[in-house]
Design a protein around this ligand. Structure first.
Ligand SMILES: [Ca+2]
Length: 143
């Protein structure tokens, strides 16, 4: 990751203020990872904001959003699968994103529309996951 040009060491209530949320939206140093999957190309989606990993809610979580996650990870994104209901276990920290709405062509998840960083009406049982195709065996993906 690149070094932050802006200090993100503010307490959480501060970063959730509308003004700072806009600043976050414009930052491009968002990161994404897949956690707790049986292989590296699937798992619970977690995004990295404010130096904290957090989860994504499965509200409106579809193949379009899954495709963007896979693309962002540098994995094949065709036939990406959206998997909700905390199928890869529940995260224990922040729920960073909710109501994510991608067209499917975005390069990173933070470029999609969403409710705002940290704004959600979700429980960890709604954590979103994805399954991307495996580079080596692209036609054998099974849940
Ligand atoms: Ca929601």
């Amino acid at each position: 990751m690149g070094e932050n040009k802006t200090s993100f060491s503010k307490p959480l209530p501060y970063i959730l203020s509308p003004t700072i949320s806009i600043a976050y939206f414009c930052e491009t140093d968002t990161h994404v990872r897949l956690v707790n999957g049986s292989s590296s190309n699937r798992g619970r989606v977690e995004v990295f904001i404010h130096n904290i990993w957090g989860t994504v809610c499965d509200d409106s979580w579809t193949e379009n959003e899954a495709r963007v996650v896979c693309r962002q990870l540098g994995l094949p994104y065709h036939a990406a699968q959206a998997i909700g209901g905390a199928a890869f276990g529940q995260g224990s920290g922040h729920i960073w994103l909710d109501n994510v709405n991608c067209t499917g062509s975005e390069s990173t998840l933070d470029l999609c529309r969403h409710a705002g960083w940290g704004k959600h009406d979700c429980e960890p049982s709604e954590d979103a996951g994805v399954a991307c195709l495996d580079c080596k065996t692209p036609f054998t993906l099974q849940l």
